[in-house]
Structures are given as structure tokens and as C-alpha cells.
Design a binder for this molecule. Structure first.
Ligand code: ZN
Length: 323
């Protein structure tokens, strides 16, 4: 009898242990799966974001390149005149005197008579604006500021100083939030009108030039840029992109010397150069680069001007193609 009970207890214990072992094994397997799935999801998410980023960058580069190629074709041809040997240059000059031949010599001939360079500063006003204005004043140069909307007193004073000192006050965006302004034509027009009337109220001057955030050829807008371009043109606003990027807002932390080099290496390529720079507090190198850049540009004999009505628009998406 006792032996039977003892056997029963042992049997029960054995079963308990087996159930316990199976329970642990199942938990271990489930935990393993959960971990594996978490790791997989994390890896895939990170990979997705990085690929999306790369795709955006790629699309942007492609658009830029296409536009640059289209724009530069004629100018590149002209540049060959500059690079050719002196005899070619003389021939070209001689050809210039004969209208008929000039047409046929065409691209060979023209060394740009005067190169116009427009220094532009995006995203201000900021704590750098006064420093930029000081340098421009000291060098007696006028530039162009594509500003965003800021309502504090210091910023209001900076908008006024830009106008008073003869620079061009251009519009960029009141909010500068791509996801908001590029959501629809309504959202965009509200932003532009807000900025235009605000700047007019603060400075007494109604701005008529602008630069689209990200450029007219940006690849992030949810609204067809042609629609936005038509809208601003109808309002009598001209938009300007750039054909020289100082690189000051790229991921690379360029030194002031490198920023100057980035601009100077491309300056001979265009008759009209619009140089993209930024007026943001995290970019002190731009401020440091400015005086040496102006010195080099002046030494190269270019004309430094503020954007005005007679400035040739440099546009990634030309207005006539948006029509
Ligand atoms: Zn911007």
C-alpha cells in the first residue's frame, strides 16, 4: 500500500518536472522568436529610412544635374573661348566685329564682358545677420537676403537694416516648414502672402523676389511646383534659385577656406552667378568666409550686385516650362 502511494507520488513528480521542462522550453522558444522579430523589424526600419533618404538625395541630384546641364550647355561652349589658346581668342575677337561671322563663330567668341555675381543668404534673420551686414557694409557690397518670418524685435530691426543698407530683401517662407507649405497651393499661398504683408508692414517695402525653400526643383513638395510657380508669377513675384552652391548648409562641415574655394572654382562658368549661402547661427564658417570671398571675387573682376528686376533669373524649373 505504502509502496503504491510512494510510486504514485514519484510518478506525479516526474510528470510535474516534465511539464515544467516543456513550459520552460516553450517560453524560451517564444522569447527567442520575439527577440528575433524585434531585431528584424528594427533592422528593416532603419534600412527603409536610410534607403528613403538616399532615394530623395538621388532624385534631387538628378534634377540638379539635368538642370545644370541644360543651363550650362551654352555657357560651357562660350567658356571654350576663354580656355582656348590666345590666337583663338584673337580670332574670336575679330569675329565679334563682324556680325555675320559672329553668329557662325558663335560659341567660340564670347568671353563674358562682365560677370555678374549675386551673393544670396537664405534662412535669416539670425544672430549672424548683423555680422554679415557689417562685412557687406565694410566692403561696400550689396547682397540679397531670402528671409523667413520672425516676429521678435531684434529680427524686425534686422529686416529694416537689410532694406536701409540697400540690400535686396527677398522672401523665402514664413514658416519654412516644407511639410506645411508644400502640402497644397492654399497652404503655400497663405505662407507667401503672410510673409509678404508682414515684411511690407515692418520695412515699408513690399518684396517682389523670392526663393522657394529647397529651390524650385526640390523633390520634396507634395504639390506640383509648376502650380506654385504659376501662382507666384501671377502675383508679380520673380523667383531665383542658384547656380553656385557654397556648400555651407550641406552635411560637410566646410572650413571658411573651403567655402571660398567651392564658390571660386565655379565662378568662371556663368555670366550670371547666383551664389547660395546661409544666414543661420549654426553656420559661423559662412560669416568667416565672406570677407575673403568678396576680396577674391573683386580681384577676379566680377561685378557684385543685389538681385533686382533686371537680374537674369537662374531657375531649376524655368517659369516658361511651368506655364
Ligand atoms: Zn531655406
Amino acid at each position: 500500500m505504502e509502496e503504491k502511494i510512494s510510486n504514485q507520488i514519484q510518478g506525479q513528480r516526474f510528470r510535474h518536472r516534465r511539464v515544467e521542462r516543456m513550459r520552460r522550453a516553450i517560453i524560451a522558444i517564444l522569447a527567442g522568436w520575439a527577440l528575433l522579430i524585434t531585431v528584424l523589424v528594427t533592422v528593416l526600419t532603419v534600412r527603409l529610412f536610410s534607403l528613403e533618404g538616399k532615394l530623395d538625395a538621388l532624385a534631387k541630384t538628378l534634377a540638379d544635374t539635368e538642370n545644370a546641364v541644360a543651363r550650362d550647355n551654352s555657357e560651357d561652349a562660350k567658356m571654350q573661348g576663354q580656355k582656348a589658346d590666345p590666337k583663338e581668342g584673337e580670332k574670336a575677337q575679330a569675329a565679334e566685329k563682324l556680325p555675320d561671322e559672329e553668329a557662325s563663330a558663335g560659341s567660340e567668341a564670347a568671353v563674358p564682358e562682365s560677370q555678374k555675381v549675386y551673393l544670396t543668404f537664405d534662412d535669416g534673420p539670425s544672430e549672424n545677420t548683423a555680422k554679415i551686414l557689417d562685412i557687406l557694409k565694410e566692403k561696400n557690397i550689396k547682397g540679397t537676403f531670402f528671409v523667413i518670418g520672425k516676429e521678435d524685435e531684434a529680427s524686425k530691426a534686422l529686416y529694416q537694416r537689410i532694406v536701409e543698407e540697400g540690400h535686396t530683401l527677398g522672401m523665402h517662407s514664413f514658416s519654412h516648414k516644407y511639410s506645411v507649405i508644400y502640402e497644397s497651393l492654399d497652404a503655400f499661398s497663405e505662407d507667401v502672402n503672410h510673409l509678404q504683408s508682414y515684411l511690407a508692414e515692418v520695412t515699408g517695402v513690399t518684396p517682389t523676389v523670392m526663393r522657394f525653400p529647397g529651390g524650385s526643383g526640390n523633390q520634396v513638395s507634395n504639390t506640383d511646383m509648376s502650380e506654385l510657380i504659376r501662382y507666384v508669377k501671377e502675383k508679380g513675384i520673380e523667383y531665383y534659385d542658384w547656380n553656385i552652391d557654397s556648400g555651407d548648409a550641406t552635411g560637410q562641415a566646410y572650413t571658411p577656406e573651403e567655402l571660398v574655394e567651392n564658390v571660386m572654382k565655379d565662378i568662371g562658368r556663368h555670366e550670371t552667378s547666383i551664389v547660395l549661402m546661409h544666414d543661420i547661427p549654426t553656420k559661423p564658417a559662412t560669416v568667416e568666409a565672406l570677407a575673403p570671398l568678396i576680396d577674391k571675387l573683386q580681384a577676379a573682376g566680377v561685378e557684385l550686385l543685389p538681385i533686382g528686376e533686371d537680374t537674369t533669373p537662374i531657375q531649376q524649373v524655368p517659369a516658361d516650362r511651368a506655364g
